[in-house]
Design a protein around this ligand. Structure first.
Ligand code: ADP
Ligand code: MG
Length: 381
């Protein structure tokens, strides 16, 4: 007979396999360490991917259980978290679009997971850095394929997209350009922001620091701003193998604005405006997720800048992972419940089987010929 732990593990593996087959949005829940002298609302964190919470103000009330692909408790290290994320990141090199986003209330650990402590000091780096590092490793180890890796970094603040790597970061006029990708006719939404080629981990660190600096410039209180805006690091990967086959894909790494509800009676002026924009864009994200979960024919991507930018990664041809971040303190219980419910809903979304954006040499050459002929025809008319 299987031991209990073994059975639990097999159960989780089966759940993960099923989700993989269906192409579901994967959900990892991460619970940060409890603040000193606080009471916890977490009843149980299981290695089977389940969490149980209890309203500490009503100890008699029923416990609520949620099931995810993975749950990381307060002692999980950055490396442990990255190890589980790695297969997804690596599939970018095979031509898959991947989107990873961190959701949760302010202070729950989103930036810790994506960037690392204090926005990414050399020790304890987060996913952004570890992912790029990994992509470089693969790119140098593959002699049969030549890769070209470039990054963009933008922030969405009050429904305006701001370039964090460009020369003019004061401007907020960065509309999205939609263009067709050649191989799968998929629409890729790209902000008109600067694209920077990167060749080494140190290039990435420099750009991330530049981005953080530009981000801070726009606000008097850095911490406040970073929790009230969404930041998106996009990695574009183009590959070309020795026989001329090409692949191209994008990886979005998103640190969302805090999901907490702002008390309307307390917030006024700028704070109220920010809160309304965040509530709107996060609820648009929820609407898109709901529409996908119900397999509606119309998916309301157009309702917010965030969903517009992430369109190619939310639904259809992409692999998506959501980190649901939890603050374990009792006073955060209602926000925690909100995050868990949002994440649970996301985990039911079936995106269908993702396919790689690959194109054989023959097809690409034929497409090029068609383009040349079209141009020739156009110039005759
Ligand atoms: P958010 O970006 O969601 O507002 P942060 O990532 O800034 O939250 O985290 C809030 C605080 O908690 C920071 O001081 C951070 O270093 C700490 N923290 C978050 N997650 C962890 C963790 N898993 N282990 C240790 N410290 C953490
Ligand atoms: Mg943050």
């Amino acid at each position: 007979a299987l031991g209990y732990n073994q059975a639990v593990k097999e159960n989780r593996n089966l759940y993960n396999m099923l989700q993989e087959l269906r192409g579901n949005i994967r959900v990892f829940c991460r619970i940060r360490p409890l603040n000193l002298e606080s009471i916890s609302s977490m009843e149980h964190i299981g290695n089977d991917g389940s969490v149980m919470v209890c309203d500490p103000s009503k100890p008699q009330s029923t416990r609520k259980i949620f099931q995810f692909n993975q749950v990381f408790g307060p002692t999980a290290s950055q490396d442990e978290v990255y190890k589980e994320t790695q297969p997804l990141i690596r599939s970018v090199m095979d031509g898959y679009n991947v989107c990873i986003f961190a959701y949760g209330q302010t202070g729950s650990g989103k930036t810790h997971t994506m960037c690392g402590p204090s926005g990414g000091l050399p020790k304890d780096f987060g996913i952004n850095y570890l992912a790029l590092n990994d992509l470089f490793d693969i790119s140098t180890s593959r002699e049969d394929v030549k890769y070209d890796i470039r990054v963009q970094m933008v922030e969405i603040y009050n429904e305006q997209v701001r370039d964090l790597l460009g020369d003019d970061t004061s401007s907020t006029k960065y509309p999205c350009t939609s263009y067709m990708t050649s191989s799968n006719n998929g629409l890729l939404n790209l902000p008109d922001a600067k694209i920077c080629p990167v060749q080494s981990p140190s290039d990435v660190i420099n750009l991330m620091q530049l981005g953080e600096k530009h981000r801070a410039c726009g606000s008097t209180v850095m911490n406040h701003r970073s929790s009230r805006s969404h930041s998106i690091l996009t990695v574009h990967v183009n590959g070309k193998d020795v026989s001329g086959n090409v692949s191209h894909s994008s990886l979005h790494l998103v640190d969302l604005a805090g999901s907490e509800r702002v008390d309307r009676s307390e917030a006024t002026g700028d704070r109220l405006k920010e809160a309304q924009h965040i509530n709107k864009s996060l609820s648009c994200l929820g609407d898109v997720i709901n529409a996908l979960a119900q397999k509606n024919s119309h998916i309301p991507y157009r309702n917010s800048k965030l969903t517009q930018l992430l369109q190619s990664s939310l639904g259809g041809n992409a692999k998506t992972l959501m980190f649901a971040h939890i603050s374990p303190e009792a006073e955060s219980y209602s926000e925690t419940l909100g995050t868990l419910k949002f994440a649970q809903r996301a985990s039911t979304v079936e995106l269908g089987t993702a396919c790689a954006n690959k194109e054989s040499k023959e097809i690409r050459e034929l497409k090029e010929q068609v383009d040349i002929l079209k141009k020739a025809l156009a110039s005759k008319e």
